[in-house]
Structure formats: structure tokens, C-alpha cells
Design a protein around this ligand. Structure first.
Ligand code: 5GP
Length: 126
């Protein structure tokens, strides 16, 4: 089954500069910006610039260059945000909600980097 990308999704609009964002990092293939409704003191979204719906879409179809760039961008965001345990930070959680079961709101791959407080257990039981 193929992936269908909706070019009118909110992150596509951010990438086109139609909606403002608080940029944390921009690289050749990736953009990281602050979540508009932060759930923790650190809440940054890292997205690829390419039209990928979800993590599985990206992991299967993106070029090696895009995957390397995106993965390094996640690392850089952790560094910039001060959450790295190896550098005095308290740790973080990286989340890529996907599809209906994952309760994904925006259909453009985004990895949430959350930190700055203890985040509780991984998922709720409900
Ligand atoms: P999801 O539920 O799809 O994993 O997460 C979508 C995230 O995008 C939510 O945390 C939400 O607050 C964030 N978000 C939605 N619209 C905007 C926006 O216009 N700007 C920014 N910076 N974040 C947004």
C-alpha cells in the first residue's frame, strides 16, 4: 500500500513559511521547532523537509542522506535543549505517534523530543 501525503497539513505549511514557528534547528533536510502546546519544559518537534507521512514511511522511502540528516538533527536538538544525560541533562523521551492507534494529529512525520521533567511511565493503560 502506498503512502498518501496531504500537502495542506500544518507542518507542510510551516515548511513553506506560510505559518510561523520557533525554530530550534534547521539543516539541509530537517527542521526542528518548539511545539505550540508544550507538554513539558522541553518539547521540540523534529521533522524531515520531505513529504513523509510517518516514521515507517520515512524509514522505508527516504534517501540515506535524509535519514542521516534527520537522525543527526534529533541528536543536535537533544544537545541544544540540554536534555542529554551524558552532558548533565536529565534525559528525554522521543515519540513518533503514527496513525490511528498512535493518535497522530498531524500527518507529516514528527519526532517529539520531551524533557525537562520526569515524564511518567511510557504509555497510559487506557
Ligand atoms: P501528534 O499528536 O500528531 O503526535 O502531535 C502533533 C503536535 O503538533 C502536537 O503536540 C501539537 O501541539 C503540535 N502542533 C499542532 N499545530 C502546530 C502548529 O501550528 N505549530 C506548532 N509549533 N506545533 C503544532
Amino acid at each position: 500500500m502506498s503512502y498518501e501525503y496531504d500537502s495542506q497539513n500544518i507542518f507542510a505549511k510551516i515548511l513553506r513559511g506560510e505559518i510561523p514557528n520557533k525554530t530550534v534547528l534547521e539543516t539541509e533536510h530537517s527542521l526542528a521547532f518548539e511545539d505550540i502546546q508544550p507538554q513539558a519544559p522541553v518539547h521540540v518537534l523534529v521533522i524531515p523537509k520531505g513529504p513523509y507521512v510517518s516514521y515507517d514511511h520515512f524509514a522505508l522511502d527516504a534517501s540515506d542522506a535524509e535519514i542521516v540528516d534527520f537522525t543527526r538533527a534529533v541528536g543536535e536538538v537533544c544537545k541544544i535543549s540540554g536534555v542529554q544525560p551524558s552532558a548533565g541533562g536529565n534525559g528525554f523521551r522521543a515519540i513518533a505517534n503514527t496513525g490511528e492507534a498512535g493518535v497522530q494529529e498531524v500527518p507529516h512525520l514528527h519526532v517529539h523530543i520531551l524533557g525537562g521533567r520526569v515524564l511518567g511511565r511510557m504509555i497510559s493503560k487506557g
